[in-house]
Design a protein around this ligand. Structure first.
Ligand code: BYC
Length: 318
């Protein structure tokens, strides 16, 4: 088929809401941008395990510890679904991991901030997972089939994550003076970085236009960010806490919340690798990868052994 016929057939599928599947023809740039986004999403999940994993040994009760362990395990699972989805586009897992470890590939800016108190676990669940869900609910309808299906599974678990975060903060918000202060302090520190998770404003977003045409993204960064502000500005009232933005105000005319300007210098600084924990996160990932080499080698050796044994097993069975 001539290239323009392939392009037309591809565009028709997109227009008719038919998912693009791994063996379908697709433009190189579509493959590239999906590989970029899905692998960055996968990296975010596994780097995102670090700030929370940091608190497993210090969780205040058995119940909270069990919830946190389950949540961190879930993030690892999300990473696996996403790396598998990215692999269907032709990149190997090793290549993607190398790009993360060398600093070439990005991951969400949010995970380069430190988790200073127990209340940060609640704030991450409520705000960070809350932001992630809005984005991922949209991505359940993304045009690339394996990515859409991975997001459906992720969202099921993510909504539990957000609720447990909110419930954990609710308990603190009804506690002692120190617990209330800890809760407010965590909200103050995580609010602005959570807004940055949605990416640069639309006028600065290099990938959005094309990704929306290809239905990889269904909403722009600013649309999702606004949706998030509207949702959280109401939920924070239930906690009896405030958001650290003097410009946050309900606008009767638009029916939405107006909010203050994000510190974009801080955002780009973190994205470029100079946030408070960038170096620490990458070092932890590299160390875990090196120390886990024996597990990968053992798995390969086992698979080879199993394969070489197969003919005998068949004979035995007969
Ligand atoms: N941080 O053109 P734009 C989670 C980059 S984890 C770092 O708007 P795009 C969880 C962007 O990559 C959830 N970099 O990009 C886990 C681009 O650079 P490149 C993570 C960012 O792709 C554990 C440049 O800036 N979710 O839930 O159209 C515990 C220009 O941006 C960021 C996902 O990854 C950022 N915040 O839109 C708890 C969702 N923002 O690549 C929770 C999947 C932008 O051209 N990803 N950049 O060099 C997406 O939906 C989109 O990639 C984004 C950005 C909305 C993030």
């Amino acid at each position: 088929m001539a290239i323009h016929d392939l392009e037309n057939a591809f565009q028709q599928k997109i227009d008719n809401e038919i998912k693009i599947e791994p063996k379908d023809w697709m433009p190189d740039a579509y493959r590239k941008t999906n590989t970029r986004q899905i692998s960055q999403h996968a990296h975010s999940e596994i780097v995102g395990m670090l700030p929370e994993g940091n608190w497993i040994t210090r969780a205040p009760s058995l119940k909270r510890k069990a919830i946190l362990i389950a949540k961190v395990q879930d993030e690892a699972g999300h990473g696996l679904y996403l790396y598998s989805a990215a692999e269907t586009l032709g990149s190997s897992r090793e290549q993607m991991i190398d790009e993360l470890h060398s600093g070439k590939a990005k991951y969400s800016s949010i995970f380069n901030y430190p988790t200073l108190t127990w209340a940060d676990m609640g704030a991450i669940g409520w705000l960070v997972d809350g932001a992630a869900i809005l984005n991922q609910v949209m991505l359940c309808r993304t045009s690339y089939g394996p990515y859409a299906r991975a997001n459906v599974r992720i969202c099921k678990e993510e909504s539990f994550h957000q609720r447990q975060g909110f419930e954990s903060l609710l308990v603190l918000s009804k506690g002692t003076k120190e617990q209330k202060e800890m809760c407010q302090d965590a909200i103050n520190r995580w609010w602005w970085p959570s807004l940055m998770m949605f990416g640069p404003k639309d006028s600065e977003s290099t990938n959005s236009d094309q990704s929306i045409k290809w239905k990889i993204k269904r909403k722009t960064n600013d649309e999702l960010r606004r949706q998030f502000v509207n949702m959280i500005a109401e939920q924070v009232k239930l906690l009896g806490m405030t958001l650290p933005d003097p410009d946050l105000k309900y606008n009767n005319q638009t029916g939405q919340y107006d909010f203050g300007e994000i510190n974009w210098d801080e955002f780009w600084n973190v994205v470029k690798g100079n946030g408070p924990c960038n170096e620490q996160r990458l070092q932890a990932r590299r160390k875990a990868h090196e120390e886990g080499a024996w597990v990968r080698e053992a798995a390969v050796a086992y698979a080879e052994k199993k394969q070489s044994r197969q003919p005998n097993e068949k004979t035995d069975a007969a």
